[in-house]
Design a protein around this ligand. Structure first.
Ligand SMILES: [Zn+2]
Length: 540
């Protein structure tokens, strides 16, 4: 039997990545995404699966459904871990992937197109273009010696804002061909209500814009170019210009320009540097940072840190995006900042200015009826969402299996079952500034600093001073210090240095570590805390 194991995305939102292996151990990955980190308080922006820790032979290929960060942002790290890996994706997604891997000249790629199967390791991959909130999204079918699986995630049956549609005939044909296992999106499995159509969203956006006297600031996902086009069209219809702000959005527009653009009138989209010279009642600023990401255009705008535009009474902020669970508090703070400055805030909860790119219950039911799998394994969600998809499938008499990251599953014509094997790979942490890999030791240090504070001891030494050593100075930061603590530590440490005697003067490094050791245990004894201790011997 073939196996599969989720490196991310099952039991969480983000970091979607599945490792699929045939009976002989040949393997491919489906998607290689990143997740927002729970460690944001310690300066961690994103997490990606540690692809170097997969074990066994390197995967032959990674097949990518679409270019959203939670499916593709790990690709640069995957390539670092497995340089020979081949990438299969749609033309649009390949353009994004080249960008994500520094226009990776050596990236071996295969383009996925409807009706043209391509080999990926031991499997043959078929793709069907689908409607989603970024162009170039596909549903995937993997055929191997042991059976066939379909990955249907991040897709709607209703047309997208860029008027892309999902071919229900093509999905039904996969049903006719026989599908052993369907991996099905669970993001909106708890949503019973029909979401607004994209036509309704476009109308609602224009209606909102017409009501605004001052500037309109629309906050959306950087890659949601369909939403951007709706906003630009609303700008054109109301005599405004549209100004994209934020690196991610500008990059998205550049990638799209190379793929044929968005068909917008010339001169409608203006660069951010023109913002100060444009009348505020004549612009729609489209800003990145829909999840309140620190440093993003929206998070800066909300606190007057965006050059060229300060919020004022009469302005309106349209939050035209979904809130990914976990980001609610951060966004609530930013909305409050906007309101304090006199701006009105409208979110998708108050007006139909956003529609999700994920299937709700009725579309999930329809997808099950089209693909008619023998088994369903829910993906792309927390446990509660996964269970909700399983319930929909069970109601149709389809076999279901709910697992989370790391739980290995055997699948094939003879059925689907957990093997009992746990294959977790851990995470690479990316700094929220610069997105560089963060050493776990640095994270430990940041945690200690944040929780316990810091004690610094400085010992000046000079050839001129009597005995060569000056007076110890102690600084306490980020921890409560009882009266007298600093003095007691200074006296104690001076005595300890005295006990070290002649050795201390000959070997500053030895002296430094002796000071740190004494301070660590003394601070712990006196305060029951474990702050970061820094000891410095400074030559004057
Ligand atoms: Zn997506």
């Amino acid at each position: 039997m073939a196996t599969l194991v989720a490196l991310g995305g099952l039991g969480e939102f983000g970091a979607n990545s599945l490792l699929v292996e045939d009976e002989g151990g040949a393997r491919v990955l489906l998607d290689a995404g990143a997740a927002f980190s729970d460690l944001a308080a310690f300066g961690v922006g994103y997490e990606v699966p540690d692809f170097a820790a997969i074990g066994g032979g390197p995967p032959a290929a990674v097949v990518v459904t679409h270019a959203h960060d939670d499916h593709i942002k790990g690709i640069a790290f995957l390539r670092e871990a497995h340089p020979a890996i081949e990438l299969a994706a749609s033309r649009t997604t390949l353009a994004w992937a080249r960008r994500a891997t520094g226009n990776g000249a050596a990236l071996a790629t295969r383009e996925l197109q409807l009706g043209i199967p391509v080999p990926a390791g031991p499997f043959t991959v078929h793709a069907v273009p689908v409607s989603h909130s970024i162009p170039g999204t596909v549903a995937l079918r993997l055929e191997g010696a042991d059976g066939a699986l379909v990955l249907a995630t991040d897709l709607r049956l209703a047309p997208s804002a860029l008027e892309e549609s999902t071919s229900q005939e093509a999905l039904a044909a996969w049903g006719d061909a026989g599908t052993d296992l369907l991996l099905l999106d669970s993001t909106n499995a708890l949503v019973r209500a029909e979401p607004p159509s994209e036509a309704t969203v476009a109308e609602a956006i224009e209606e909102q814009v017409r009501k605004v006297r001052g500037a309109v600031i629309a906050v959306s996902f950087a890659s949601q170019l369909g939403r951007f086009r709706q906003l630009a069209r609303a700008a054109a219809a109301t005599g405004r210009l549209v100004v994209p702000v934020g690196r991610g959005l500008v990059e998205s527009l550049e990638v799209q320009a190379r793929l044929g653009g968005l068909g917008l009138p010339l001169g409608l989209v203006r660069p951010a540097r023109e913002l100060p010279s444009l009348p505020r009642d004549r612009v729609i600023v489209v800003a990145t940072g829909s999840q309140g990401e620190p440093g993003s255009a929206f998070s800066r705008l909300a606190v007057d840190l965006l050059p060229g535009l300060r919020l004022r009474p009469g302005d309106t902020v349209l939050h035209a995006a979904r809130v990914i669970p976990g980001n609610e508090r951060r966004l609530a703070h930013l909305f409050d900042h906007c309101v304090r400055r006199g701006a009105r805030v409208v979110t998708a909860a108050e007006a139909p200015i956003h529609a999700s790119g994920h299937p709700h219950q009725a579309e999930l039911a329809r997808l099950l009826d089209l693909v008619r799998p023998r088994w369903v394994l829910p993906v792309h969600g927390r446990r509660r969402h996964l269970e909700a998809v399983a319930e929909l499938a069970r109601a149709r008499g389809i076999g279901t299996l709910v697992v989370e990251n790391g739980e290995e599953v055997a699948w094939g014509r003879s059925g689907v079952a957990v093997t009992g094997e746990l294959r977790q790979v851990g995470r690479i942490l990316l700094d929220d500034v610069g997105e560089e890999v963060l050493d776990p030791a640095i994270l430990r240090h940041r945690r200690s600093l944040a929780r316990e504070g810091m004690v610094v001891a400085v010992l000046p030494c000079s050839r001129a001073a009597p005995g060569g050593l000056g007076d110890v100075q102690i600084h306490v930061s980020g921890m409560p210090a009882a009266a007298g603590l600093v003095d007691q530590l200074a006296v104690g440490l001076t005595a300890e240095i005295g006990r070290a005697g002649i050795l201390a003067r000959r070997d500053p490094e030895w002296l430094r570590s002796t000071m740190a050791r004494w301070l660590r245990s003394e601070v712990r004894r006196r305060t029951r805390r474990r702050p970061v201790v820094v000891a410095l011997v400074v030559e004057l």
